[in-house]
Design a protein around this ligand. Structure first.
Ligand code: 9YT
Length: 142
């Protein structure tokens, strides 16, 4: 069983920061679950274009508000606490945060570490990244 708290992740190698967001990665590929799970903040006033060509992503908003649009011309859909979206077709999309949004993000295949978006808005395919070290601490994983 794995037990982790958000406080364990802050400032650790499971805490990845980008210009518009930060991602606290509770579960990664090395945890062996077959998906990764992140607690992500999308900063108020930002607009981010993303395109997860190599991953499926589901996102559940638990705080804040914003909107999402599948590009180039999909309908603009409101996001607020209690809204989920799932990119089941690897859709290129734009996320706008009216307020800072706290999102629980699940990736399949799992992220491996400190992925950030490339110029195309994608994370690299898992085959391009090292596997990552297995969990070391018996406290971390028991
Ligand atoms: C909602 C979204 O995709 N935000 C970008 C960060 C990403 N989800 C992550 O790695 O946590």
């Amino acid at each position: 069983m794995i037990v982790r708290s958000l406080g364990d992740l802050i400032g650790s190698d499971r805490h990845t920061r980008a210009e518009n967001w930060e991602s606290r990665r509770f579960l990664l590929a090395k945890d062996g679950m077959g998906f990764s799970m992140h607690d992500t903040l999308i900063y108020a006033g930002t607009e981010t274009v993303m395109w997860y060509k190599h991953h499926l992503e589901a996102v559940y908003c638990i705080e804040g508000s914003g909107e999402i649009q599948v590009l180039p011309d999909g309908p603009v859909r409101a996001i607020r606490a209690g809204t989920l979206y799932a990119l089941d077709g690897h859709e290129r999309h734009r996320l706008r945060a009216h307020e800072t949004m706290r999102m629980i993000c699940v990736f399949n295949p799992p992220c491996r570490g400190n992925e950030v978006h490339g110029p195309d808005g994608a994370y690299p395919p898992p085959s391009d990244l090292p596997e990552g070290e297995p969990p070391q601490s018996p406290v971390d994983r028991a």
